[in-house]
Design a protein around this ligand. Structure first.
Ligand SMILES: Nc1ncnc2c1ncn2[C@@H]1O[C@H](COP(=O)(O)OP(=O)(O)O)[C@@H](O)[C@H]1O
Ligand SMILES: [Mg+2]
Length: 257
């Protein structure tokens, strides 16, 4: 049987006020993620990825449309409720890791457990389980500066996982890493997904996106399934339609058509 739907967006639009006017950034977005899926959202700079991520992560709300996350209607929520959902249901991973520089790896991972009001005596043990899982059991007393980029991202992933959120939401998680380290971080996401974690990853890099089970494309604020996208665009993001026009023009110039 198919896993239950964890996230469901219907007809989502998002506009930002711009002077006397509005700039619409997301158009009629429909998006569904089931439990235990690993989905990537792939799109170029300026396509609306961060805007969509902010809505998925309950950091911002849509202008219109409906959003149901883990059985809860997000659209009607106020800031305080949104913050609660964010803390309980979403684990964030960012491009620049966003660790607190003065704290050890261990304390960085413990922090969400303090917000979640987990009893003090349990926090350290739970954080240690996650730090061991990401392969940093021997670096828990290091501060971020004493860790490599890949290691810092592992701490950030442990922090995102420690409260056992319904979804891990990663925005360009390999964007600040070299290729090899990035691939290792993707190995880790794959492992966490195999163990049952639902992951949504946002990226502009097709190679990274392909590590997920499913790719959804975003372009000019519109979402496309891989099938829809491939019917319209080639692998370089050029419309098939435009390509044949370009080819016909070339042939005409050469006097062949
Ligand atoms: N707070 C904002 N106010 C006005 N315009 C914004 C705001 N955030 C993003 N935009 C605009 O929305 C579009 C999409 O931005 P963004 O979601 O950041 O794209 P991406 O993450 O794919 O690069 C861009 O044209 C950007 O300038
Ligand atoms: Mg962005």
């Amino acid at each position: 049987m198919a896993n239950k739907v964890l996230l469901s967006m219907r007809a989502i639009n998002k506009s930002y006020p711009m002077g006397d006017n509005y700039l619409q950034v997301l158009f009629d977005v429909n998006f569904e993620v089931r439990q235990k899926e690993f989905v990537s959202i792939l799109g170029p700079s300026g396509s609306g990825k961060s805007t969509l991520m902010n809505i998925i992560g309950c950091l911002d709300t849509a202008t219109s449309g409906s959003y149901v996350l883990n059985g809860r209607d997000i659209g009607s929520m106020r800031d305080r409720q949104l913050a609660k959902v964010r803390n309980s249901d979403i684990g964030f991973v960012f491009q620049q890791f966003q660790l607190l520089p003065r704290m050890t790896a261990l304390d960085n991972v413990v922090l969400p457990l303090i917000y979640a009001k987990v009893p003090a005596r349990e926090r350290k043990a739970r954080a240690m389980v996650l730090l061991n899982k990401v392969g940093l059991g021997d670096k828990v007393m290091n501060k971020p500066k004493q860790l490599s980029g890949g290691q810092q991202q592992r701490v950030a992933i442990a922090r995102a996982m420690v409260t056992d959120p319904a979804i891990i939401l990663a925005d360009e998680p390999t964007g600040a890493l070299d290729q090899k380290t990035g691939a290792q971080i993707m190995d880790l996401f794959e492992q966490l997904n195999r163990e049952g974690k639902t992951i949504i990853m946002i990226t502009h890099d097709p190679k990274i996106a392909r590590r997920a089970q499913r790719i959804v494309h975003i372009l000019d604020g519109r979402l496309y399934s891989a099938e829809e996208y491939n019917a319209i665009y080639d692998e370089d993001g050029i419309k098939w339609e435009d390509k044949s026009t370009i080819r016909t023009r070339k042939l005409r110039r050469q006097g062949n058509a």
